[in-house]
Design a protein around this ligand. Structure first.
Ligand code: PLP
Length: 168
């Protein structure tokens, strides 16, 4: 749902949503549903980011939203941080770092969210064994949160989930 919310917040019709490929399928799905244009940039042969290809695509397409799954799904690897930083600096719009698998990695952008104007981190409790709760969260500057809130469905985190995880 956060992928849908972020996409709806920043991707106007005909704008571009960009991600390396293969990556999480819902980036494309939600871009298409939002009438945005999805651009996938193939990973390098070692499943790392092809940073030069990403930078060229960002320059060419001027994406409203770039997704970076960190670690990536389905390849399971952690992309090079320096490469991601170059993508963040080159991107004209939002860069969403998707840390669904944060529990299985020893690196994170969470503490660095406010170091960049255009970075947010999204997480979910799904991959730590609680997919049925349907709970995710986004860490971002309050200005970004205010924009996401405009397209968030009302009461989207149900009462049972809030009762089980009151700290979230
Ligand atoms: C599983 C997953 C999500 C979201 O999972 P939900 O169950 O919808 O919270 C998001 N991104 C990646 C990369 C995932 O693997």
């Amino acid at each position: 749902e956060l992928i849908q919310i972020l996409t709806a917040a920043v991707a106007a019709p005909a704008s571009v949503v960009l991600a390396p490929e293969p990556s999480f399928v819902m980036y494309r799905r939600n871009a298409v549903v939002a009438h945005a244009r999805y651009v996938g940039v193939p990973l390098a042969v070692d499943f790392g980011l092809d940073v030069d290809a990403m930078l060229a695509a960002i320059e060419r397409e001027r994406p409203a939203l770039v997704w970076v799954a960190f670690p990536n799904n389905p390849t399971g690897n952690l992309f090079d941080v320096a490469g991601i930083e170059r993508i963040i600096r080159a991107a004209p719009g939002l860069v969403a770092i998707d840390e669904a698998y944060y529990a299985f990695a020893d690196a994170s952008f969470l503490s660095r969210v406010l170091d960049f104007q255009n970075v947010v981190v999204v997480r979910t409790v799904s991959k730590i064994g609680m997919a049925g709760l349907r709970l995710g969260y986004v860490a971002a500057h309050p200005d970004w949160i205010a924009e996401f809130d405009k397209v968030r469905p009302p009461y989207n985190v149900n009462a049972l989930t809030q009762a089980v995880l009151p700290g979230m």
